[in-house]
Design a protein around this ligand. Structure first.
Ligand code: C5P
Length: 243
């Protein structure tokens, strides 16, 4: 997939208010055009923050990880499509009918959002998976669910840097692989356990990087974002697709 370099970096607006989100967006100016709105900001501020971003020419990844009956998820996806989001997430464990309903609802939008599947939350351990009845190793479960999501029509997955290379190999060049847990060399790891540098994640096959604190908590956010862009600039955006 050929992703324009400017759209490969998605900044996570993990803040509690629209005012704080707007401060970040204002500071990053023309450098960043893609933002992630997740559960915290969306629950606090509602769809208005998404509309404001879209109306100001930014792209939005709405990361609400939808998981409900097909009809309800389809309705939420339609609403997200009307808001003009570019990407949104659903849980693959919602099942094939739910994923197909989401994909079908997305396709009805004027500008259909990309529906991404979440496979196994990286916060879950193998023991916790067993507690909920999943008795295969995490890596296999991730692969199974990602393939399942592709067969249901999803156009990408969210994956940890460690999963990216195997997923790129199995899913092929056209699926988006959106990777969080990115830490530029020498930066604060924070609470992330399975991390990679921006270059390593792109090299492993990531189509997009989701980066929060290394940019939003930096003293100079512009500088931090520019450094990350520079570190991935040597990649054309379709280096895996060309293989
Ligand atoms: O601040 P940081 O760069 O760690 O933010 C990463 C973003 O990606 C956060 O919004 C976080 O919720 C999200 N995320 C993650 N790990 C996952 C899935 C999502 O860090 N496995």
């Amino acid at each position: 997939m050929n992703v324009p370099p400017s759209e490969r970096l998605i900044v996570a607006l993990d803040v509690p208010s629209a005012a704080e989100a707007q401060e970040i967006v204002y500071e990053l100016g023309d450098l960043i055009c893609f933002y992630k709105v997740g559960l915290q900001l969306f629950t606090a501020e509602g769809p208005k923050i998404v509309s404001e971003l879209v109306n100001s020419g930014r792209k939005v990844f709405l990361d609400l990880k939808l998981h409900d009956i097909p009809n309800t998820v389809a309705g939420a996806v339609r609403s997200a499509g009307e808001l003009g989001v570019s990407m949104l997430t659903i849980h693959a464990v919602g099942g094939k009918k739910m994923m197909q309903a989401a994909v079908e609802a997305a396709s009805q939008s004027v500008n259909p959002p990309q529906v991404l599947a979440v496979t196994v939350l990286t916060s879950l351990s193998e023991t916790e998976l067993q507690d909920i009845g999943v008795r295969v190793p995490i890596a296999n479960q991730v692969q199974n669910l990602a393939t399942f999501a592709k067969s249901a029509g999803c156009r990408g997955v969210v994956a940890s840097p460690q999963e990216a290379a195997a997923l790129r190999a199995s899913l092929g060049p056209q699926m988006a692989i959106v990777v969080p847990g990115i830490r530029p060399a020498g930066s604060d790891v924070g609470d992330q356990a399975r991390i990679a540098t921006p270059e390593a994640a792109i090299r492993a096959g990531a189509s997009h990087l989701v980066i929060g604190r290394p940019i939003t908590a930096a003293k100079n956010r512009n500088h931090a974002a520019a450094e990350i862009f520079a570190s991935i600039a040597k990649f054309s955006g379709d280096e895996r697709a060309a293989e």
